[in-house]
Write a protein that binds this ligand. Structure first.
Ligand code: FAD
Length: 558
């Protein structure tokens, strides 16, 4: 097959246009042509009066080799790469141990699936509930019921992205095409087929819930085992130096400079599991677990993340600004945006996790704290567009001195947001116009807030450090130059956005094991190796492969 890229066609092209463009590009006639399939479809809306669809296609033709050499200097005609996923190993029949996966977000889900498909029969530990039960708790909290700290937007089967827009793209390098495997498995579990070829695929929250359940069934059918409402409390580590089991009561004194070997894990329900190979995929909100691991001596570093607010506009305004008269075209769907501004104070403000036609959601996992995020349904038909507008911060400048200092900063901001919101999980909010003018808001304008249980109008600059509010005040008018209406006075800001990525990194070696704990495989967003559903899934596959190869090697050596 040949892959042809950069085929540009008008938005309203007819059904024969792609084939015609292929014949023209390759300078062949019908005789030589066999078939084609779309590999990717994106669009270029920079000129919204002439929006173009951009295709990459895989083409089957006769005399392919001759044609390939004819186009050897043409970068848009290449041999289609083999993107088929191939298992790196299979579990030997005399395998004694079972690997454990802790955390059932996209990273843990894909790690468990790949291990199960290779015959390793993983045990999966998840602190939250199975996804149906979890959905009740999460939607209950949004309807004013109490927060369940173990079952919410962050915790439970499916992980942090279950109640989300389900965007499936990222900028990660993926030379081995693991991303295709993630998409294939999602489609097998019920995702729309189009995620295989649209350039910015998304799934939406309700479909994700069903898919997660289906993937669990597949893993169980392959010998996997799930424990819900079961939290990893502590690792059983043996010091590599003196081969002495680290007593639990001395865990506070453990050193990050020593090397350890994993022997097992203690769970919150009192169970102990022997385990020498564990994938730790606990996401960015497992603050208690991070603290426990740090105390036990697992090497952890602080890492940069971002803080700010959610911004809400009417989706129709964003559609018009981006697509002009083509707003509403079903191929384009609800418009998104991606914005960056470098500020005079040296900070960078950017949009993040933009959810077209969606809602701002209450994403707290700890009592007495408020944090925002966004989600949408597959249709993206809600009235408002929302996105995080955040400022990058770093441990060197903003939270120096301790590997876990970023967590404390997040907690402080979320506590302030809770207090400013009225101490009832309402989120503090402010009109864009008032935020830019530096005064508290008193009345809403045209943009109706989508956040539930509710918002309290206030002055958001009270929550974040001055450099953050200064930077966002400078960036919003700059974004107006790219999206007309972005700085509109009655757009809405809701706070506070703190869980943009993990504030820590659990460092791992090239073999994907912790740099000081043999047998521990930190993975996904929480460990600092992914940002988003798709990249977390990819990291899960990578780490599962590394663990499987190591288990097979050890079994052969015994
Ligand atoms: P997580 O998904 O966070 O999963 C970690 C799991 O580990 C959780 O289920 C948790 O309960 C469990 N866990 C934690 N501690 C323990 C413990 N001690 N013992 C047992 N289990 C434990 N990304 C996108 O790409 N697209 C989007 O549209 C998108 N929208 C989002 C919307 C919302 C509301 C949120 C909150 C996030 C969104 N994200 C989105 C981010 C995305 O969800 C994360 O990047 C992704 O889920 C990270 O995957 P993960 O598997 O590494 O961690």
């Amino acid at each position: 097959m040949l892959r042809l890229t950069d085929i540009k066609l008008p938005l309203d092209h007819d059904e024969f246009a792609i084939k015609k463009a292929i014949l023209e590009k390759l300078e062949i006639d019908e005789e030589q042509f066999l078939s084609f399939e779309i590999y990717k479809r994106g669009y270029d809306a920079r000129n919204n009066k002439n929006i173009l669809l951009i295709y990459s296609v895989d083409v089957e033709i006769k005399q392919q080799d001759a044609l390939l050499s004819k186009f050897s200097n043409e970068p848009h005609v290449r041999l289609s790469p083999d993107m088929q996923y191939k298992f790196v190993t299979h579990a030997p029949s005399n395998l004694k141990d079972r690997p454990v996966v802790v955390g059932l977000g996209p990273c843990g889900l894909f790690a468990a699936l790949i291990l199960a498909q290779m015959g390793f029969r993983p045990i999966i530990i998840e602190r939250g509930k199975a996804v149906r039960e979890r959905t009740k708790d999460t939607f209950g909290f949004w309807r004013n019921k109490p927060l369940n700290p173990e079952s919410n937007v962050q915790f439970g089967e499916g992980g942090a992205g279950t109640f989300s827009d389900g965007k499936l793209y990222s900028q990660v390098k993926d030379r081995k095409h693991y991303g295709r495997k993630v998409l294939h498995e999602f489609v097998a579990a019920g995702a729309p087929q189009e995620i295989m070829y649209v350039s910015k695929p998304h799934i939406g929250t309700f479909k994700l819930v069903n898919m997660v359940e289906k993937m669990r069934e597949t893993i169980i059918a392959l010998g996997g085992e799930f424990r819900f409402s079961s939290r990893l409390e502590k690792l059983n580590l043996v010091s590599e130096a003196d081969d002495e089991t680290q007593a639990l009561e001395n865990a506070d004194q453990a050193s990050q400079n020593k090397s350890y070997r994993l022997k097992g894990l203690y769970l919150s329900d009192g169970e102990y599991i022997d385990c020498e190979h564990l994938i730790l995929a606990i996401g960015h909100s497992a603050r208690d677990t991070f603290e426990g691991l740090y105390k036990q001596g697992v090497y952890i570093e602080a890492k940069p993340f971002s803080i700010g607010f959610r911004i809400e506009h009417e989706q129709s305004m964003i559609d018009r600004a981006r697509f002009g008269d083509n707003a509403g075209n079903p191929i384009l769907g609800a418009a998104d945006y991606k914005l960056v501004h470098h500020c005079k104070n040296g900070r960078t403000v950017y949009s993040f996790c933009m959810c077209p036609g969606g809602t701002v959601v209450a994403a707290a996992s700890e009592p007495g704290r408020v944090v925002t995020n966004g989600m949408s349904q597959y249709s993206r038909h809600e009235r408002n567009a929302n996105s995080a507008i955040v400022v990058g911060i770093s441990p060197e400048k903003d939270y120096p001195g301790h590997p876990l200092a970023g967590i404390q900063l997040q907690r402080d901001l979320e506590t302030m947001a809770f207090e400013l919101g009225g101490e009832n999980y309402f989120a503090p909010a402010q009109l864009i116009g008032d935020f830019l003018a530096g005064k508290a808001s008193e009345d809403l304008g045209d943009v109706k807030p989508s956040y539930t249980p509710g918002i309290s109008l206030t002055d958001l600059s009270k929550i974040v450090p001055t450099f953050v509010s200064d930077a966002i005040q400078e960036a919003i008018p700059a974004f107006e130059r790219q999206i007309k209406g972005f700085a509109k006075v009655d757009g809405l800001l809701t706070g506070v956005e703190t869980r943009t990525s993990s504030p820590i990194c659990i460092k791992r070696n090239k073999d994907y094991q912790s740099i000081n704990v043999t047998g521990l495989y930190p993975a996904g967003e929480g460990a600092g190796y992914a940002g988003g559903i798709w990249s977390a899934g990819i990291d899960g596959i990578r780490v599962a492969e590394a663990l499987a190869l190591q288990m097979v090697k050890q079994t052969l050596e015994e």
